[in-house]
Design a protein around this ligand. Structure first.
Ligand code: FAD
Length: 462
């Protein structure tokens, strides 16, 4: 048994970042993790492995589609799936070991095992009970399913199973056209699977700006993904090698079935708080089943804080990280802060899709007067040189003040480009501020500047 200033439960991006910042601020810190490796969902079965597979499958796509045009001749590479999984596992290993190194460097104790909170100020792991002046719950989330769909992680899989299938399926049905379903769907489409995406709503990625969502669907279709929208899945019947998905089209209630070798259930994630003992402690939860916190991440029980996927807000690694840093600062008596209006979200398909701030639909609904500046990557020399002319940058700015209200990008490196708009928004910049900033040529970022110019006197290359 040991005594700590802070014990963090969970070592995902929320938990490990909180632990590191607490230690940096001079607090004696431990982090409890039940998995065999640190890093949580993100490093083990989320962001990192999915990006490794997206990268590998994108290289194949480049070789098959663009190499010959650039004068790169020779046999196109074939897929060694086992080796691709080994590469993915190596990437995971390097990253999780990296967190272990950072824990040692910052003198953070990793308490191995599943933790619970028998009472405020105490964390129990196995038979040991540790004292903690402050406890940060960063227990994350787990995949959620829908009625009549049982996940076996072999034929009917969650994202976790989809990252380690025994082989590339001939036919993959993805239930849910959100970020995770589309990223993993496009991995398998590039590797040769026939991919069918079934979505309940009438559009893909429903929270995204409507124009971007439409353009994105068109591009994914061109890459071979098929979409059935407005379809309510009724159930999945599975054998050891096959599955049958039954759905009803919402427009006419007609029932349909589709066969698959693998079904990926990507219908969202739910907070994971099992075994922590929160109910017995009287920690308040919201109606959506996540831990309720105040603006400083404190629960209603003194000394217990919560962050990341286990609380309200977008289930994103960087949101969890920001909360991790901020809650550490609050505990250390400083002013921790997260600006929830400027949290970017990215889909790492090809092209990438990225957004920050408000969508056009949200501005319309709020009755806010706004202007739109748009620029197509077809007018960007660098994008055309690398076969990446598909997509556009769209900047939304206040009609009167020109203050940037949101940005939506579909195109090359969108996930990186969005950050110049994030920084601009943090500083309360106008579209003109972006437009007057010199951007190096030839870069994709010139498209962001051109979209900002389009909010004023107009872009140059359109
Ligand atoms: P988690 O990462 O879920 O970590 C929680 C940790 O707590 C887990 O390791 C768990 O074992 C541990 N734990 C839980 N309870 C206990 C307990 N009682 N005792 C001990 N340990 C416990 N987000 C992005 O921003 N970008 C992406 O590209 C992205 N891609 C994703 C791809 C996939 C396939 C998935 C599934 C998710 C992806 N996400 C992405 C979401 C991202 O992974 C999560 O938002 C992020 O991991 C949340 O961090 P967290 O620290 O709140 O929790």
């Amino acid at each position: 048994m040991a005594s700590y200033d802070v014990i963090v439960i969970g070592s995902g991006p929320g938990g490990y970042v909180a632990a590191i910042r607490c230690a940096q601020l001079g607090l004696k810190t431990a982090c409890v993790e039940g998995r065999d490796t640190l890093g949580g969902t993100c490093l083990n079965v989320g962001c990192i492995p999915s990006k490794a597979l997206l990268h590998a499958s994108h290289q194949l796509h480049e070789a098959e589609h663009n190499f010959a045009a650039m004068g790169l001749k020779g046999k196109a590479p074939s897929v060694d799936w086992k080796q691709m999984l080994t590469y993915k596992d190596d990437v995971i290993g390097q990253n999780t070991k990296g967190i272990e190194f950072l824990f040692k460097k910052n003198k953070i104790d990793w308490i191995k095992g599943w933790g619970s909170i028998p009472e405020a100020g105490k964390v129990k792991v196995g038979d040991e009970v540790h004292d903690a002046k402050n406890i940060i719950v960063a227990s994350g989330s787990e995949p959620s399913s829908i009625p009549n769909v049982e996940i076996d992680e072999k034929v009917v899989v969650s994202s976790t199973g989809a990252l380690e299938l025994s082989k590339v399926p001939k036919k993959l049905v993805v239930i849910g056209a959100g970020v995770i379903g589309l990223e993993l769907g496009s991995v398998y489409a590039r590797l040769g699977s026939q991919v069918e995406v079934i979505e309940f709503l009438d559009k893909i990625t429903p929270t995204m700006d409507g124009e971007v969502s439409k353009g994105f669907q068109r591009l994914l279709k061109k890459q071979g993904l098929n979409f059935t929208l407005g379809a309510a899945v009724q159930g999945v019947e599975a054998t050891k090698t096959k599955a049958k998905v039954t759905y009803k089209l919402r427009k006419d209630d007609s029932e349909h079935t589709v066969d698959a070798d693998v079904v990926l259930v990507a219908t969202g994630r739910k907070a994971y708080t099992d075994g922590l003992g929160l109910q017995a402690l009287g920690v308040e939860m919201t109606d959506r089943g996540v831990i309720r916190t105040d603006k400083q991440w404190a629960t209603n029980v003194p000394g217990i804080y919560a962050i990341g996927d286990a609380i309200e807000g977008p289930m994103l690694a960087h949101k969890a990280e920001d909360e991790g840093m901020a809650v550490a600062e609050v505990i250390a008596g400083k002013a921790g802060h997260v600006n929830y209006n400027v949290i970017p979200s990215v889909i790492y398909t090809h092209p990438e899709v990225a957004s920050v701030g408000q969508t056009e639909e949200q501005l319309k609904e709020a009755g806010r007067a706004y202007k739109v500046g748009k620029f197509s990557f077809m007018g960007n020399g660098r994008a055309k040189a690398v076969f990446a002319g598909d997509g556009f940058v769209k900047i939304l700015a206040d009609k009167e003040t020109d203050r940037i209200l949101g940005a939506h990008i579909i195109g090359p490196a969108a996930g990186d480009l969005i950050h110049e708009v994030c920084v601009a928004m943090e500083f309360g910049a106008s579209a003109e501020d972006l437009a007057l900033t010199c951007h190096a040529h030839p870069t994709f970022s010139e498209a962001v500047r051109e979209a900002a110019l389009a909010c004023g006197d107009g872009p140059i290359h359109a």
